[in-house]
Design a protein around this ligand. Structure first.
Ligand code: GSH
Length: 257
C-alpha cells in the first residue's frame, strides 16, 4: 500500500482540517455566547431573550407569531438573576436587566412597546394598528394604561421592595386600579377585541396582564368586558403559541397546560 500522500491529497487534508476547526470554533462561540445569532438559509434568525412567565415577553412573542416571524428563544431566568438578567453578558445587551430583548435585522432592541412598533413598521402585515389615526390613538391609550400604569407596579423588582406579606395586596391594588380605568375605557372602544373587531397591539398587552391578574387572585368578575375579550384572545393561535406554558423554559409541571 502506498502511504505517501500526493500534494493534492495533502492540500485536501489540510483544507478539511482547517474547515473542521473553523466550524467547531464557530459552534463553540455560538453556544458560549448569549448574543451570537444563528445563521440559517434565510439569514440571521431573530433571537428573543425572554422569560416564560414574563408578560412583557409574552407581548413580543404574540406579535412575532402574529406576523409569522420565526425566532429563537434564549431564556433569561429571572429567578436566577446572577446567571440571567444581571449577568455581565445580558447587561451588555440590555442595561435595564429586563426581558424582553429582541435581536433582529442585525440589531438589539429593548423595551417591549418599542419592539412592537418596530415590528409593525418593518413588517406591517398582518397589521396590529388600525388605519385611522383616532383608532390608533385608542389602541395606544390602552397599551399605555397596561404597559405604564399597571405592569411596572407589579414587577418583580418593585414587589421585592414591599414587605413580603403585603405583596399580594399591593399587586391586587394596582391591577384593580388599572383595570377599573381599562374597563371604563373599553366600554367605549371595544368590539370583539379592545378596539373594534380587529386584533391590535392593545390585545397583545391585555391578555398577558389578565393572566397575571388571575395569578394574583384578582376577582375578574368585576371586569366583564376585559373577561369577554380575554376569552376571545385565548382562542387565537398566535396568543396560544406565545402563552407562558408553551415556552421552552416553562417548568415541566406546567408545560403545555
Ligand atoms: N418597560 C419594559 C419592562 C420590562 C419588564 O419589566 N420586564 C419584566 C418581566 S415582565 C422583568 O424583566 N422584570 C425583572 C425584574 O423585575 O427584576 C418593557 O416593556 O419591556
Amino acid at each position: 500500500m502506498n502511504t505517501a500522500l500526493s500534494s493534492r491529497q495533502l492540500f485536501q487534508s489540510i483544507w478539511q482540517t482547517h474547515r473542521a476547526l473553523k466550524m467547531s470554533a464557530q459552534q463553540i462561540s455560538a453556544s458560549a455566547s448569549l448574543h451570537k445569532p444563528v445563521e440559517t438559509s434565510e439569514g440571521m434568525k431573530p433571537i428573543l431573550y425572554s422569560y416564560w412567565h414574563s408578560s412583557c415577553s409574552w407581548r413580543v412573542r404574540t406579535v412575532l407569531h402574529w406576523k409569522n416571524i420565526p425566532y429563537e428563544t434564549r431564556a433569561v431566568n429571572l429567578l436566577k438573576p446572577e446567571s440571567g438578567q444581571h449577568s455581565a453578558e445580558y447587561l451588555a445587551i440590555n442595561p435595564t436587566a429586563h426581558v424582553p430583548t429582541l435581536f433582529i435585522d442585525g440589531k438589539n432592541l429593548i423595551e417591549s412597546i418599542a419592539i412592537l412598533h418596530y415590528l409593525e413598521e418593518t413588517r406591517p402585515l398582518p397589521a396590529l394598528l388600525p388605519q385611522d389615526a383616532y383608532e390608533r390613538a385608542k389602541v395606544r391609550e390602552i397599551v399605555e394604561i397596561i404597559a405604564s400604569g399597571i405592569q411596572p407596579l407589579q414587577n418583580r423588582k418593585v414587589q421585592k421592595r414591599v414587605e413580603h406579606d403585603k405583596r399580594l395586596e399591593w399587586v391586587q391594588h394596582w391591577v384593580n386600579s388599572g383595570f377599573r380605568a381599562l374597563e371604563e375605557k373599553l366600554s367605549t372602544t371595544a368590539g370583539k377585541y379592545c378596539v373594534g373587531d380587529e386584533v391590535s397591539m392593545a390585545d397583545c398587552c391585555l391578555l398577558p396582564q389578565v393572566f397575571n391578574a388571575r395569578n394574583s387572585q384578582v376577582d375578574m368578575r368585576q371586569y366583564p368586558i376585559i373577561s369577554r375579550i380575554e376569552s376571545e384572545l385565548k382562542m387565537i393561535t398566535a396568543f396560544i403559541a406565545a402563552h407562558p406554558h408553551n415556552q421552552p423554559d416553562c417548568p415541566t409541571e406546567l408545560s403545555g397546560k
